[in-house]
Design a protein around this ligand. Structure first.
Ligand SMILES: *Cc1c(COP(=O)(O)O)cnc(C)c1O
Length: 382
């Protein structure tokens, strides 16, 4: 990791990298659903609002911990407390998942190597490739399901700074053995990042499995209503936290207070949305496997993304154009069910099948979802 000393003036006062003011702590030992509902509230005092207001402020009266809008915001702090409590670390909010991802890449020292999944989120891979092209760093792409091969890649390259994991991967839905890989990485002095967007902290807590940093596109499940662009990083390592905070202060890749407020409002129902979406996904994965138009169903057994593979691109294109309830759109994690053929994107990995359709299962009635899917699939089963 690069040093975190400020590169230029003006910059944050020293006090801003200190821990935020003590939160209105959720009860010790409360379970995740209770934490999702209660964390990040203002102090429990008469006439305080129950939930944080949207604080629109570019500056604050001098002498406190925040001072200026780029260094902190009470609405960010509320969301950060809630996400931090769910992931078991301290969170930082960013303007998008990609703002969080590129902030992480900024911490790789000049010429360092990032090992990443060949089927990670395309934006992350494009950002890695772009940084490599500019001579900033090097990247090695691996099959994250092959634990021995990932460890061998780390051992082979002593310049490796970060092992970048995503599990399940987007859109291949592969699973990495985070615990084994993190312990191998640490023996080699390598930091481990896990993009936890698909699993959310309710299904997987990477910091508990040994990861150093968790990345979220809060645009997806955490916000949950397809109306917010937001990102976050979470770590339990104070040194890493200070380095990330310093990058955010300097790069200014900030979240809007309104977006952050919407995300916290969405987070309050994450457990309910996920429970319903997961149940729908499991049932649809079962039914899809029996449909003659489907050659394979990718489904990791948890989460709410399912990826049926159709024979070819034409049939998959016809299917996604034939739904009425399912929305043909990119993105995922909203209350509404959506689908798209991933290879329609030129940047998608060529090892993703042409006929793979990524389905983000929402919280509608599963019978309506199936009726719509099966009529679309019947059209292509020729
Ligand atoms: C969408 C996504 C991102 C990028 O997040 P944005 O909020 O769109 O910038 C990163 N990782 C994964 C796994 C994603 O699905």
């Amino acid at each position: 990791m690069a040093d975190d000393s400020p590169a230029s003036e003006p910059t944050a006062p020293a006090s801003t990298s200190a821990p935020a003011a003590a939160p209105a702590a959720p009860g010790a030992g409360w379970r995740p659903s209770t934490v999702a509902v209660t964390a990040g509230r203002p102090p429990h005092a008469p006439d305080q609002p129950l939930n944080p207001p949207i604080t629109m402020a570019s500056t604050y009266r001098a002498g406190g911990d925040v001072e200026y809008g780029r260094y902190g915001n009470p609405t960010w702090t509320a969301f950060e407390e809630a996400l931090g409590a769910l992931e078991g670390g301290r969170a930082l909010t960013f303007g998008s998942g990609m703002a969080a991802a590129t902030t992480l890449l900024d911490l790789v020292g000049q010429g360092g190597t990032v090992i990443a999944p060949r089927h990670a989120y395309q934006g992350s891979l494009v950002a890695l490739g772009d940084a490599e092209l500019r001579g900033r760093l090097r990247s090695t792409l691996v099959d994250v399901t092959d634990t021995a091969a990932v460890i061998a890649a780390m051992e082979k390259d002593e310049d490796t700074a970060i092992l970048w994991l995503e599990s399940p991967t987007n859109p291949a839905l592969e699973i990495a053995d985070i615990e084994t890989l993190a312990s191998a990485a640490h023996e080699l002095g390598i930091r481990v990042v896990v993009d936890n967007t698909f699993a959310t902290p309710l299904l997987q807590r990477p910091l508990d499995l040994g990861a150093d940093i968790v990345l979220h596109s809060a645009t997806k499940y955490l916000s949950g209503h397809s109306d917010v662009q937001l990102g976050a990083l979470v770590t339990a390592d104070e040194e890493v936290y200070a380095a990330l905070k310093s990058r955010r202060d300097l790069a200014g890749n900030l979240a809007g207070p309104f977006e952050t407020w919407l995300a916290l409002r969405g987070l309050r129902t994450l457990h309910l949305r996920l429970e319903r979406a997961q149940a729908n996904a499991a049932e649809l994965a079962r039914r899809l496997a029996d449909h003659p138009a489907v050659t394979e169903v990718r489904y990791p057994g948890f989460g709410a993304v399912v990826a049926p593979v159709l024979v070819d691109a034409d049939r998959a294109d016809l299917m996604v154009r034939s739904t009425r309830l399912w929305v043909h759109a990119t993105s995922l994690g909203g209350v509404e069910s959506m689908l798209e053929r991933r290879r329609r994107w030129k940047t998608e990995s060529p090892t993703i099948p042409e006929g793979l359709v990524r389905m983000s299962v929402g919280i509608e009635d599963v019978e309506d979802l199936w009726d719509d899917l099966s009529q679309a699939l019947d059209r292509v089963a020729f």
